[in-house]
Design a protein around this ligand. Structure first.
Ligand code: NI
Length: 145
């Protein structure tokens, strides 16, 4: 069992009520677990901003595969950086639209550059680059119980 420290914090009542309601609908068993997730989320984001070392990120892209040469351009970019793209998932959303999810892993600058480049590709309708954390960082924190 990981070391736990009990803390006490002060919050506006209305803020806490909304927080508890949201936690309930999200399925959190305890308020503590919801707060731990918030803290981890912030630390992971900050770490991703500051650490030049290995990063793991997920990029999601939604695009129209009828758009001229777009699919080929996205594939070219990923092949060009094949060392950074460790997995990809392609879903045909409907007649026209595709959803692509790729997991990127590598030095921060390169991961960010590739993620931004894919998102900025002309014809990409929606997308997001989300940094998460690698094994090293997460294993320093307590595991979920
Ligand atoms: Ni498709």
């Amino acid at each position: 069992m990981p070391d736990l420290t009990r803390i006490s914090i002060s919050l506006e009542t209305a803020l806490l009520e909304v927080f508890d309601r949201r936690n309930g609908s999200k399925g959190y068993a305890t308020r503590s677990e919801a707060i731990r997730d918030l803290i981890r989320d912030r630390l992971i984001k900050e770490q991703a901003e500051q650490s030049p070392g290995e990063q793991v990120a997920v990029v999601t892209l939604v695009y129209d595969h009828h758009a001229r040469e777009l699919a080929a351009r996205l594939i070219d970019k990923q092949h060009h950086h094949h060392d950074l793209v460790i997995a990809s998932l392609h879903v045909h959303l409907g007649e026209r639209h595709c959803l692509e999810v790729s997991v990127l892993r590598g030095p921060l600058k390169q991961v960010r550059h590739l993620g931004d480049e894919l998102l900025a590709t002309k014809g990409v309708l929606h997308g997001e680059l989300t940094f998460t954390s690698g094994e090293k960082v997460l294993s320093g924190w307590s595991a979920k119980r």
